[in-house]
Every structure is written in C-alpha cells, then in structure tokens.
Design a protein around this ligand. Structure first.
Ligand code: NAI
Ligand code: MG
Length: 337
C-alpha cells in the first residue's frame, strides 16, 4: 500500500534535515509518496503568506504531514503557524517521547517515557487574557473542559495499551487549581478504571518535576494539561540530551503532523551540520501512526546503532560528520536490518 504524505521542508536547517529524513524513509521502503508544500518564511517569500491555502488543503487531504521547523517572523500581524495548524486541524494530542540514546550528554541511560500533552485548551487560550489600561492588573482565563480532558486521557491510555506500556502518571495541580486541574484529575481517575491492566498513579506537577530529575526511570506515560505538558516535555528533552533528539507528534481527529521539537536553527543553517535525528524520530512516530510500527522500530534501532558506533555523527553529538553523512550511516544500517 502506498501513502501520500504532505511534506513541509521548512526554514533554516529545515530543508537539510528534511531531505536527509526522506532519504532514510526511502531506504526503509515505506512506500511513501511526498506532496511538497510550503509554510513559514519560504511560503511568505514564494506565495506572499505564511500558511497558504494549498498547504492547508494538502494536509487536510492526506491527513498526515511531516514538517520541518518553521520561522515565524517576529512582529505584529503574524500569529504562530504552529498554533494556527493546531487550531485548524484540532490537533489535540501532543506526544513527546523522551528516550535515551547512546553517547549523548544525557545524565541517565535508562529513560523511555512519553509525555501526552493536551494541546488545545488549558492556559493557552488567547481570549480571556487581559491587561488593565493602567498596566497594573493582568488576568488570564484557564479553560478546561470535560470533553477535552476525556479525549486526551483516553488517547494516553489507548496509546499505552497499544504500545504495551505499563504505567500512566496523571500530572495535575488540583490541590491549588481546584476547578480546572480538579476537573482534569477527576475525569482522568474515572477513565483510568477502564484500563485495569495499566498501573495508574497521580502526581502533583511540581513534585513530578523533581521526580523526573531524580528518578526518571519510574515514568512510562505521563498525561497532563497544556501548560504543564509544555514544561515537562522540555524538561524530559533535556534529560535525554537535548533538542537534537526530541521529536513531537500533533494528533487530531482530522490530521496528524509530525515534527522535530527544535526550531530552524538560523545559526547553523546552510552549513550541513544539523542533526537530522529529531525529525527522523518524528518520522518514526508517523510510521507508527500510519500502521508501520516495524519500520519505526527498525528506524530507531538504526539511529541507536549509528550513535553507539559514533559513526559519522554530527558535531552536536561530538562527531565530525554532516547531516548527510549521518543519514548515510543510518541508511546503511536500515538496509541491513
Ligand atoms: P532552535 O531550536 O532553532 O535553536 C536552538 C539551538 O539549538 C541553536 O543553537 C541551534 O543551532 C541548536 N539546534 C537546533 N536544532 C538543531 C539540530 N537539529 N542539530 C544541531 N543543533 C540544533 O531555537 P531558536 O534559535 O530559539 O529559534 C529559531 C527559530 O525557530 C525561530 O524563528 C523560532 O520561532 C523557530 N522555532 C520553530 C519551531 C517549530 O517550527 N516547531 C519550534 C521552535 C522554534
Ligand atoms: Mg514548548
């Protein structure tokens, strides 16, 4: 079966890491066709807008997109493209796995966890944020719904079940934020009962941060609201060695978009030294999403083996290789697996 996916190569290092990632996907024989569309600065220069209708249409049609990092121009009148995509396609689940790979600067070698972050509500609504005219009082509205909480918690437990994960930790601050975090916690407790084979526990978010730093191996799947998930998943990326290895998936009912967590890295763009692994790991999440978990496993193993051998890896991992030599080394292993 062939799948067509929308590919946004992205800005800055985006084209370099996207091209490397597609070469690896081709070597996996995943049977993918690519529909290349533009967003970000590239789209602004070519088409006069950051997020052209044709790009939205392609994502809507193929329902799956691989996206390189985008530069949102600083200044008035531009809303974040990522926020816009999340809204338009109702991408309510943000999945950020954190796995330790060999030969990184990570402090631990035994982390394998996934943060499932609610991506559409919580403290992230733009409406309800006000500043009084005299600048002395600011307010913001946190909105949590039963439906929003149910679907993200259910997503986390279904995913845990599908991947054979053993434990889900519900992260909250219901002791203080009694209504918003309280509603999320009570919904999560109810849903947890439907998954008796999975161990469920609860943790207050500040304690969770400390536990992650002290004993990260106790975590398997974490499910939480928007802002807590944002912070915790960055913390986890730091635990496993930083941005070069952190992928993210944004999953909705209408579409799913897979990406690297890092940005367009203008400081190294065009030099051919960007690490392609974060986007590649995002491509691995995509393969799982479209029903090719075996290929995702082969991909991750090839990355792991390449890093273990320090074979042609990029400077951020202490190597002297380039984006394309790193990809070549991964491709050789993929082909032999
Ligand atoms: P950044 O993530 O682009 O870069 C931070 C640092 O990490 C830089 O020193 C960079 O060289 C390094 N780095 C990032 N990715 C790397 C890779 N694959 N290999 C090796 N080194 C890597 O963050 P920054 O500089 O704050 O943002 C740059 C631009 O990216 C901004 O326009 C920002 O809006 C955009 N951005 C886009 C995102 C997206 O599209 N998902 C996410 C974050 C930022
Ligand atoms: Mg963030």
């Amino acid at each position: 079966m062939t799948h067509t996916i929308a590919v946004i190569r992205g800005d800055g290092i985006g084209p370099e890491i996207s091209d490397a990632s597609l070469r690896v996907l081709d070597a996996l024989d995943a049977g993918l066709n690519y529909d290349f569309v533009d967003a970000g600065m590239t789209a602004l220069e070519k088409h006069g807008e950051l997020l052209p209708a044709a790009t939205m249409a392609a994502i809507g049609k193929h329902r799956v997109a691989l996206k390189g990092p985008l530069t949102t121009p600083v200044g008035e009148g531009f809303t974040s493209i990522n926020v816009e995509l999340r809204k338009r396609f109702d991408l309510y689940a943000n999945l950020r796995p954190a796995i330790t790979f060999p030969n990184t600067k990570a402090r631990y070698d035994n982390i394998d966890l996934i943060t499932v972050r609610e991506n559409t509500e919580g403290a992230y609504g733009s409406e309800g944020q006000t500043l009084s005219p005299d600048g002395q009082q600011a307010q913001s509205l946190i909105r949590v719904s039963r439906r929003g909480s149910e679907r993200i918690v259910r997503y986390a437990y279904d995913m845990a079940r599908r991947l054979g994960r053993k434990k889900v930790t519900i992260v909250h601050k219901a002791n203080i934020m009694k209504t918003t975090s309280g509603l999320f916690l009570s919904v999560a407790r109810d849903i947890a009962k439907d998954y008796p084979e999975i161990t469920s526990n609860e943790m207050i978010v500040d304690n969770c941060c400390m536990q992650l730093v002290m004993r990260p191996e106790q975590f398997d799947v974490i499910v939480t609201t928007n802002l807590f998930g944002d912070i915790i998943s960055d913390l986890c990326a730091g635990l496993v060695g930083g941005l070069g290895l952190a992928p993210g998936a944004n999953i909705g009912t209408d579409a799913a978009i897979f990406e690297a967590v890092h940005g367009s890295a203008p400081d190294i763009a065009g030099k051919g030294i960007a690490n392609p692994c974060a986007l590649l790991l995002g491509a691995g999440q995509m393969l799982e999403h479209i029903g090719m978990p075996d290929k995702a496993t082969r991909l991750r193993q090839a990355i792991r083996d390449t890093m273990a051998a320090r074979d042609r890896v990029t400077p951020d991992l202490g190597g002297t290789g380039s984006t394309s030599t790193f990809a070549d080394a991964i491709i050789e292993r993929v082909k032999n697996s």
